[in-house]
Design a protein around this ligand. Structure first.
Ligand SMILES: [Zn+2]
Length: 510
């Protein structure tokens, strides 16, 4: 978050420094930026043969037999093959509904398993790997040049690390995304000149569409209609959180926007899960708005979009003519209450080591109707401030390190936003604050408030580019914590869907 009147510790930082430092950061992250990249638009012939070596020794009865070039015969490769078999079956059934009845054209260019940078032998015949042998590192991609799918199976690299931390269904979500690109190619989404950038939709459009398509497949797996992969509620929650790790970092400029931030990607995936593949290729999806954007303030950039912890929990403005999250919340809800002829009583905050509210014996962050305040413990609020899933590369080994505790001022901020949303329930509607309806309504209100401070313009108080990731992370894992509002039988998917409805539709949609 950033406030116009907040202290500016670095004074007059020039635009050049901003760009240079951001560019350096970008270079360090370039391996990650290309995650799930759809590019490699070179017009080359398909490879003339594929390696038919396929493991049969360690397969279980539910494992699929799929031919993979340079098959590593690892459990990771087998997960990929299981996902591919089910994703292809899904498209044989569903493609005709998108193509006016034409059958699904099978993949012609093969599937390639790469162990990191080791691109030799049959792998070198892949059109995209031939052009860029490191294209697969920390990545998986669909190669339009020869209609192939390539993935990096190296256990220290990104996709395998994501699977190790968030569960093997992450692999399925990634494969289903790449197949989204194969479907785009078949349906002509990339335009007539698909070998060039001309006539091609913006990358963020095709990437989030592939996320939506991945969601449509996930729904089928959820419904138990897949032969080889399966996903239960707990695994899906972990997958959604893991998918937040494939977000773009804030871009240097609008031209650098590529896959979408975590909210862009996960809300698209949630739309696919909720509405199916047809929705992903329909008009409503085509009109989608995106929230990924570059930093516009040097101070905000240098703070990585994070106000200090003390400033987030303090409802008083940082300077006499400034503002704060809590002031903005009271301002927003005063106006909203007036629009429904209601009277808003400003909500306060109460930092306490010993919360006393009949709501809950265990919560350390909740709204208490009796005192009309949001109470919290310093310990849990600090945990919330340091709760964002993030990734870095060990430069010595190339290993991807996934963490859960990157600073996230708006993850903590979202707990306040939810508290105010519960106050809306109590004050304006005399409704419950401790059940499923309350949490879903609060998710929607919180989306509407979030949109009101995310214009990217010159408001006194507004979100920073990483804040939508931090909000999404909070909706998935912080809000439902027993130490906060509790899950109340809601799923992460439902909360994301309601948050998205409020974000794009505003309060009338809630
Ligand atoms: Zn992609």
């Amino acid at each position: 978050m950033v406030g116009r009147r907040q202290p500016t510790p670095f004074g007059g930082i020039s635009r050049d420094i901003l760009v240079t430092k951001t560019a350096r950061l970008l270079t360090a992250m370039s391996m990650l930026l290309c995650l799930l990249l759809a590019a490699c638009d070179v017009s080359l012939q398909p490879p003339d043969s594929t390696d038919s070596a396929t493991s049969t020794a360690t397969r279980s009865p539910t494992d699929a037999d799929v031919s993979v070039v340079n098959d590593g015969h690892t459990s990771f490769d087998q997960e990929v093959k299981n996902a591919i078999a089910d994703v292809q079956a899904f498209w044989r059934t569903n493609y005709p509904q998108l193509s006016g009845g034409r059958p699904y054209p099978e993949l012609t260019g093969g599937i390639y398993s790469v162990d990191g940078t080791k691109v030799t032998g049959a792998l070198a015949r892949n059109a995209c790997l031939r052009q860029d042998p490191e294209a697969a590192v920390n990545n998986a991609f669909y190669c339009t040049a020869d209609d192939s799918v390539v993935y990096d199976r190296n256990p220290d690299h990104l996709v395998a690390q994501l699977a190790a931390k968030y569960g093997t269904f992450m692999i399925t979500a990634v494969i289903a995304h790449e197949w989204g690109h194969a479907i785009q190619q078949r349906l002509g989404v990339f335009g007539a000149g698909s070998g060039t950038s001309q006539g091609r939709p913006a990358t963020i459009v095709t990437e989030t569409q592939a996320d939506c398509v991945s969601g449509a497949f996930i729904r089928t797996a959820q419904d138990g209609k897949t032969a080889h992969v399966s996903v239960d509620q707990r695994q899906l929650e972990a997958t959604l959180l893991g998918y937040l790790q494939v977000r773009d970092p804030p871009p240097v400029s609008t031209e650098q926007i590529s896959h979408g931030n975590g909210f862009d990607r996960l809300s698209a995936m949630a739309d696919g899960i909720g509405n199916g593949a047809g929705y992903c290729f329909g008009d409503r999806f085509a009109q989608r708005q995106f929230t990924e954007r570059p930093f516009t303030s040097d101070v905000d950039y240098l703070q990585r979009g994070n106000l200090p912890y003390d400033q987030i929990i303090d409802p008083r403005p940082a300077s006499p003519d400034g503002t704060s999250l809590q002031l903005e919340l009271n301002r927003f809800w005063t106006t909203a209450a007036a629009s429904v002829k209601g009277q808003w009583r400003d909500v306060g905050v109460d930092e306490t080591s010993n919360p006393a509210c009949p709501n809950s014996q265990v919560s350390e962050f909740d709204y208490c109707p009796d005192g009309n305040d949001v109470y919290f413990t310093d310990q849990f609020a600090r945990q919330a401030y340091n709760s964002l899933p993030d990734k870095r590369i060990d430069k010595a080994t190339g290993k991807i390190i996934l963490v859960d505790n990157a600073p996230a001022d708006y993850s903590l901020g979202m707990l306040f936003v939810y508290g105010w949303s519960m106050a809306v329930r109590a004050q304006l509607f005399h409704a419950s604050t401790q059940d499923k309806d309350a949490l879903l309504a609060a998710s929607c209100y919180s989306g509407a408030f979030t949109a009101s401070i995310n214009s990217g313009g010159s408001q006194d108080f507004q979100l920073s580019p990483p804040d939508m990731d931090e909000a999404t992370s909070a909706v998935i894992k912080l809000v439902p914590s027993d130490k906060a509002y509790g899950a109340h039988q809601t799923t992460a998917l439902e909360r994301i869907q309601r948050f998205t409805v409020g974000y794009f539709g505003g309060l009338p949609a809630c």
